[in-house]
Design a protein around this ligand. Sequence first.
Ligand code: ATP
Ligand code: MG
Length: 406
Amino acid sequence: MANQHGHFLNVIDVGSAKTCALVAEITENGLRYRGHGVAESRGTRKGVIVDLEKAVSSIQKAVESAEDRAGAPVEHALVGVAGSHVRGINTHGGITFGNRPREIAHEEIRMAVDKARAISLPADREILHLLPQEFILDEQSGVHDPLGMMATRLEVRVHMVTSASSATQNVVTAVNRAGVHVDDTVFEPLACADAVLRSDERDLGVCLADIGAGSTELVIFCQGAVAYTGVIPIGGDHFTSDLSVGLCTPVNEAEKLKKLYGNAIVTLIPEGNEVEVPSVGDRPSRLLTQRLLGEILEPRARELCEMLRESMRQSGMFEACLAGLVLSGGGSRLPGLLDIAESVLRKPVRIAWPVPLAKMPVELAEPEFAAALGMIYYGHRARVARGIQDDRWSSRLKAMFVRKGA
Ligand SMILES: Nc1ncnc2c1ncn2[C@@H]1O[C@H](COP(=O)(O)OP(=O)(O)OP(=O)(O)O)[C@@H](O)[C@H]1O
Ligand SMILES: [Mg+2]
């Protein structure tokens, strides 16, 4: 009864810092929180699994506590994929029907998308998503849903997200070994967008950056469609390791200091404030100025924001992002980061507080849970779109045509 194919939706986010399992129920009144579990991620680095057994055990812990809270088994799940092995490219293709206009049905759309996806990929890469940006019917561009329309030629522009097969397979294997069947995979920032972006932002042009522990994943929307996806190999852990090296303190202590006293803008830290910094080995701890933390964190924050700006420029979408930048992920919680991003990008920046599920505990309404929550919304949207059809490829394709409401 209680599984992915019934009234329950289960998702698993295997992050570099935390592994999160979340269970929601589909009710007549919409989605409702049923349970969640969070475990420290072990065996995962920079978004990819490096030690299968440790990763399996983290997933098991998260899943078991989600099952306990939900009072239902987690047998199936939608699983997130992230990390610097993921790439996005824009491609296009089309088909001509002959001289007479033909009514466009799902089959015609599938054939056009097939042409667009027919580019040679290295053997070790697989397609995660095919996201239509616009359809062109004869000379008419800018069509979002061509179903039922007439044309002699149908072209489609598609954003294709690919991942390293081995990295994706390792996440699937780890989840399987934890006793959960993987229904589907999703590039995390795409799902995250469902929890944090408003449709007017997607239409106007917006960049969502999910600053995790190991990396920062981004997705740019323009005119309601995905225009660009990318990954920057810097996440919150780089800030921690800078502090660890700069203050000569263990990584776990650096992490605590960052969360308690960190600020990405030195001048926002009152002069004269001192913090106790543990030392390595058996040396005594020291009292150092809190500003020293800011001096170490600020250059890294600037580097991350400059890399974000460069990615947006390379995508050709920098100017088009009129709604600016939205930051999610635990890394976005560093005080001052938002201000640095605004000054580097010269665009509006906001922190993403995810749309809560009904009955959800408040501790989940935080930027680091935006990806897991988004996966619930994404999974629900995909399920509504495909109805009861279970064909994997066509169900994905259908899911893409359902545009998120306001
Ligand atoms: N208050 C805070 N201030 C600064 N950084 C924070 C704060 N809270 C969490 N972080 C950082 O956020 C990161 C974890 O974020 P998150 O939980 O989104 O990562 P993840 O999803 O496990 O990793 P990834 O998405 O890279 O696989 C860690 O680097 C952590 O130090
Ligand atoms: Mg994450």
